[in-house]
Ligand binder design. Structure first.
Ligand code: GLU
Length: 591
């Protein structure tokens, strides 16, 4: 793909000046010279495009990227490296993902030249009922009352996913993949600025849970300082057990009993997880969901995630418009993209949930259906609130409905790995909100993924698709993505950010495909997010500067920080290009 010489869209980003100073980042890969780094508000350059030729890891923390790179250098493949990356992320970025959470992986198998996906999403316990998040009067609980404690904890899926993927595709001995994380957990690592900031921000919740308080705060109850050494011997012991006993060591025996005890014996907000839920948990391999876009195939995670379907709908609806010619500086581009996103979210909210439990329309990505939806966008101004309704995709049974809602979320991480053979892992991994349920067991945090279910199970007399049911997986927005061109992978990308993930990933894909930006420019692009009518514009960027133009088109606007953590690669004639979101601490490393 041809690269522009410089950004078409000068960018000012919120400065995260501190983010990298703590880390010694070996400069393994060449910094590509033709990428113009975005500028921070203070005018300093942030991250550069990284070019490699054999393999690459892009992850949210330099220590995790290094752990993966070491496995690749040692002859391991992407299925080996992802185990090492996840084990390290659980230590150094514990607020975002780990053994106590869930994950989705999109995998490109270079030998078979095919894509597949793995669903390691948490499940609702067998004892959970649709009223899990209702109070005694049948009213939905306030969000954090539901989150903190045992109630929100779903059966973790990440460890089974790692084992399933490694068992099918790995080449190195499983046991050896945990060594780096075990060593660092014992020696200790420096608390990063982001981890410190999250610990400080969560005072009032995290520090009220004894195990988490003992780990993340000092003796006076102050958040651990930036650069403080944090050791986690309990985590080292847990990893040792998994390394020698496989996932069974996590899902049965001592660790399983500790998890169940923490959930069920929580003093104020106990949950329902049982030994049986853990022992019977299965990661599921599922076909990738793919949507065509301007000669590319954009592939990702189907239900229980809404990621690939919603992104596919957005791209399908905008494909009849000259987004490439309009460019990112024209408010008309954002009118079309923003209103397409609103229409896609209306379908998401009505139809999408765990399709193993609720029937879903087959035709959500039907191109004729999306073309007819796109006619709604042929107008000069924003759609009115009443114009944004779910459509009627090809399906005989359109009866389920809910309204969308979302909460700010920070608890997720995306990484991408390309190995020497060309296998690609695009994995989004999570414990849901920052620090999950705030329950720490055996050195790791338990998720609060069950709060991704809709709290009220019935609306206007209809059972909502994403209601709690025993064994069901909550609907996700996570969108690990791999894009194919002529059957070959060209882009792999994803992000944290709750339901904003869908907009972040769609925007980065549009930036690369329509606006010919490189992956670093695409992940650095200011965010314009419109899910439910109000245009959320990233503070201190060109997006915020466009507020008036968007208001003139009929939108309400809100200027705010955005919490993406887009990590991606693009495979170009030059090599493997990597980009890391300047809003977080991530890096791209490769050879
Ligand atoms: N739990 C969210 C989901 O599955 C992700 C949370 C986040 O990205 O912060 O969609």
């Amino acid at each position: 793909m041809l690269k522009p010489r410089g950004s078409t869209f000068p960018i000012r980003l919120v400065a995260f000046a501190a983010t990298l100073f703590l880390f010694t980042i070996p400069s393994f890969a060449q910094q590509a010279s033709d990428s113009v780094a975005p500028e921070t508000a203070s005018g300093t350059a942030t991250k550069q495009l990284v070019l490699a030729h054999r393999h690459m890891v892009v992850a949210a923390n330099p220590l995790a990227a290094e752990a993966g790179l070491e496995v690749l250098r040692d002859g391991g493949n992407a299925a080996d490296a992802l185990v090492a990356v996840q084990a390290m992320l659980g230590l150094v970025e514990p607020q975002s993902s780990g053994l106590g959470g869930g994950a989705f992986l999109v995998w490109y198998d270079a030998k078979e030249k095919r894509l597949t996906t793995f669903d390691g999403r948490e499940t609702a316990p067998a004892e959970a009922t649709p009223s899990l998040f209702l109070d005694a009067n049948g009213k939905p609980l306030p969000f954090y009352d539901a989150v903190v404690g045992g109630r929100s904890v779903g059966t973790p899926g990440t460890v089974r996913l790692l084992e399933a993927v490694h068992g099918k595709y790995g080449s190195k001995d499983w046991k050896g993949l945990f060594g780096q994380a075990i060593d660092l957990a014992e020696k200790g690592f420096a608390v990063s600025p982001r981890l410190h900031g999250e610990i400080a921000e969560d005072m009032g919740r995290l520090d009220h849970q004894p195990a988490a308080r003992a780990y993340f705060y000092d003796q006076d109850g102050k958040p651990l300082a930036v650069g403080a050494t944090l050791k986690n011997p309990a985590y080292a012991e847990t990893l040792r057990a998994i390394a020698s006993g496989g996932a069974d060591a996590f899902y049965t025996g001592r660790i399983a009993s500790d998890i169940v005890a923490a959930v069920r014996a929580h003093p104020t907000n106990p949950g329902h997880l049982s030994l049986q839920d853990l022992a019977t948990y299965k990661a599921k391999e599922r076909p990738a969901v793919c949507a065509p876009y301007r000669g590319y195939e954009v592939c990702g995670m189907g239900p229980p995630s809404s990621g690939a379907l919603t992104i596919g709908q957005i791209l399908g609806m905008i494909s009849g418009f000259e987004i490439g010619t309009l460019g990112p500086d024209d408010p008309e581009s954002w009118r079309i993209i923003g209103d397409a996103t609103r229409l896609a979210f209306a379908d998401r909210d009505r139809y999408m949930a765990d399709s193993d439990f609720v029937p879903m329309p087959k035709g959500l990505l039907d191109q004729n259906y999306l073309k007819s939806r796109a006619t709604l966008l042929r107008r000069p101004t924003a759609l009115g609130r009443d114009d944004v309704r779910p459509g009627d995709p090809p399906w005989e049974k359109a009866e389920l409905r809910i309204d969308g809602f979302s909460y700010p979320e920070h608890g997720t991480s995306h990484f991408v790995i390309v190995d020497d053979a060309g296998n690609i892992a695009s994995m989004t991994t999570t414990i849901e909100s920052a620090f999950g349920s705030r329950q720490m067991v055996d050195g790791f945090l338990l998720n609060n993924e069950l709060t991704d279910f809709t709290f009220a199970p019935v609306k206007d007399g209809h059972a909502v698709a994403n209601r709690v049911e025993p064994g069901k997986r909550p609907r996700s927005s996570m969108a690990p993505t791999i894009v194919l061109k002529d059957g070959k992978p060209v882009i792999a990308i994803g992000s944290p950010g709750g339901s904003n993930i869908i907009s972040y990933v769609a925007e980065a894909l549009i930036a690369m495909i329509d606006w010919k930006m490189d992956v670093q420019q695409a992940v650095s692009l200011p965010h314009f997010v419109n899910r439910f009518g109000t245009y959320d514009l990233e503070a201190e960027t060109k997006a915020a500067d466009m507020a008036r133009d968007l208001q003139a088109l009929g939108y309400q606007t809100k200027v705010d920080d955005q919490n993406s953590g887009l990590h991606g690669i693009e495979i170009t004639p030059a090599g493997i290009e990597g980009g890391a979101d300047p809003r977080r601490e991530g890096v791209a490393l490769g050879d």
